[in-house]
Design a protein around this ligand. Sequence first.
Ligand SMILES: [Zn+2]
Length: 274
Amino acid sequence: MSVNANRPGAARLVIVIADGLRADVAATAMGYVSALVEAGRARATQYACALPGMSRPLYASLLTGRLPVDHGIVTNEDGRACGATLLHDAHAEGLRSVVVAYHWFYELLTGERFNPLAHRHAVPAGLGIADAAWYFEDGYPDSHTFADAESLRQRHQPELLLVHPMGPDDRGHRHGGESDEYRMCARRLDGLLAHAVPLWHAQGYDVLLTSDHGMGRDRMHGGDVPSERRVPFVWMPRTDAPTRLLDLPLPDSSLGLRDFVRLHRQRLGAQASA
Ligand SMILES: [Zn+2]
């Protein structure tokens, strides 16, 4: 366990990026998350994702804080690395991360083509990543993604845990963004959070939930309509944090995640050194 993990006020954060989770479904089908908001323990906002609203360009935008037309990854087929990310930021501050995500994240962080037989638990160098699990089937169950993440979190006690469940995107591509199946997937995700968030809070982590893009009725995303663009951002800090975290200014676009993660550390760091 690192020194940081034991320091009062140390910033520990779980970032959940639920792939393809549209804002209206997150706001109406996720009762646990809404319960935290209704009780004044969480804050929720939403905004439009950047364009083109495709997964790989938007993973890169969430990680880097840059538009796809600026970081240059504008297709799902582009295998290049995306440049400096919020993981680089954490590493520069001496913090350790654990990442459980779709294999495109591995490619964005390394610029190397993912090979399932070589890279299932490969750790990209120079990023302070203590451990990782990369899945490579779109139907990989969210329940397994959460269990993978919690297993690695318990083993390494990282300051930053990035969890990327694919369920909403997969169910949306199969059944559409207004289907019963898609909505049920959001309900199940809410159930996974209802198990994990209290555990994470008890272990000193603050938690945020967001998404890369929405999902159209026609089983696709990428266009410029609210169903495909509006994504949630839900901030669920510990209630027993050493300083007030609930009022941190929430991002007003999907380019704001990287700054928000830095701001979270600054708020806790300022408190710890006060
Ligand atoms: Zn998709």
